[in-house]
Design a protein around this ligand. Structure first.
Ligand code: ZN
Length: 168
C-alpha cells in the first residue's frame, strides 16, 4: 500500500508524452496497486501514471461507489468514438477547476492488463468520458486545453485556482 504524490498543473511533467509499457513484471503490478491506492484515497474515479510523474502508458479506473470494479488499461488505444456530448469535468491535477468538454460517450478501447494480456471493451457514458480524459494525460493534454474559447475565458477571469496555475 502506498499513496503516491499527485502532480498539479502547471508541473511540466504533466505535459510529457507517456511511453508504451514493454515490461510486465512485479514492479508494474505494484505500481498499478499504488495507483489504485492513490485513486481510492482521493475519492476520484480515474487516474493516470503521468499524474504521479511516471512516464508509462497506464491508467486505472473505478466508477463504483463501493470500489469493487478496479479496471486497468495499459497501452490503451481507442476507436469508434460516437455519441458526442458536453460533459462537466474536473481533474485531480487541477484542484478546484471544473469545465465543460466535448466528449464521445461511446467508444471501443483496446488495451493490455497488468500481465500484458490484450483485451477489447466497449465503454459508454462516464466510463467512456473518463477513458478519454485519462488517455489525454498519457499524451500530455489536460482537459482545460479542450475547453471552448468562452470556457477558457471564464476560467481566466473567475477561477483563482486556474490563474494560480497559469501565473507560474
Ligand atoms: Zn485528469
Amino acid at each position: 500500500m502506498a499513496r503516491l504524490e499527485i502532480l498539479e498543473h502547471p508541473d511540466p511533467r504533466l505535459r510529457e508524452k507517456a511511453q508504451p509499457v514493454t515490461v510486465f513484471d512485479e514492479e508494474l503490478s505494484r505500481f498499478i496497486d499504488d495507483l489504485f491506492d492513490t485513486l481510492y484515497a482521493t475519492g476520484g474515479m480515474a487516474f493516470s501514471a503521468p499524474q504521479v510523474g511516471d512516464g508509462r502508458r497506464v491508467l486505472v479506473m473505478d466508477l463504483t461507489k463501493d470500489r469493487t470494479d478496479p479496471q486497468v488499461y495499459v497501452n490503451p488505444e481507442e476507436s469508434l468514438r460516437s455519441a458526442w456530448g458536453l460533459v462537466e469535468e474536473s481533474c485531480l491535477s487541477l484542484p478546484g477547476v471544473v469545465g465543460n468538454v466535448m466528449r464521445a460517450t461511446k467508444l471501443r478501447v483496446k488495451a493490455q492488463d497488468r500481465d500484458g494480456t490484450v483485451f477489447e471493451r466497449d465503454l459508454t457514458d462516464m466510463a467512456a468520458v473518463c477513458l478519454q480524459h485519462e488517455m489525454d494525460h498519457l499524451d500530455g493534454t489536460l482537459f482545460i486545453d479542450r475547453l471552448s474559447f468562452l470556457g477558457k475565458l471564464y476560467l481566466r477571469l473567475f477561477s483563482r485556482e486556474y490563474r494560480k496555475g497559469n501565473a507560474a
